[in-house]
Write a protein that binds this ligand. Sequence first.
Ligand code: CDP
Length: 212
Amino acid sequence: MVIAVDGPAASGKGTIAARLARTYGLPHLDTGLLYRAVGLKVLQDGGSLDDESAATEAARGLDATGLSDDARLTTGEAGEAASRVAGYPGVRAALLELQQAFAAQAGGAVLDGRDIGTVIAPDAPAKLFVTATPEVRATRRWKQLTARGIEISLEAMLADIQRRDDRDAGRGAAPMVQAEDAVLLDTTDMGIEAAFDAARRIVEAARAKHGL
Ligand code: CDP
């Protein structure tokens, strides 16, 4: 079974995807890490995020092993760089095959990102679009960062989230949009346990529907 989990920043999609993967014994790919790695590679090579061909080169040469252990990819800088390079069709094309191969593994997989249900795995039997209000998402991200000792105001965090939403939803290449057959999960008033329970019920309903 392939489970596609999409949604905006700090919606809870990553945690939900990781827990679904554990529950169903499936491999999990956080596709945001791929775009983060590409953005960071461009910066580390001294390139500009405005340079589509440099970003496409970085995406073509990406070594996708060990990304989930790389702490540099979790920074706000990497997230911002990711959303810049993610708008380039060349970058998205270079990362397509890797993600589709991951989704095609025997037994299935869980992938989370922005375009899993629409572009990467349009035939996935279980699709979730996880969201929450920008204010709640900004507060969650702000708490995570301040707990790590990173100083940022809530206002700046909200502006950052809104800028990223606009860029991700407004781009021409694979914009962030809920797939027609995805189930909307609004976690605004939910803690992680409630959100996960709701996500599992959505997956159970999809399994029953598809006889899985
Ligand atoms: O949760 P957060 O948005 O902070 O990070 P992420 O999920 O790691 O995604 C970082 C950026 O990568 C997003 O803002 C998107 O621009 C981009 N991305 C994408 O375009 N497509 C994906 N499948 C995953 C991430």
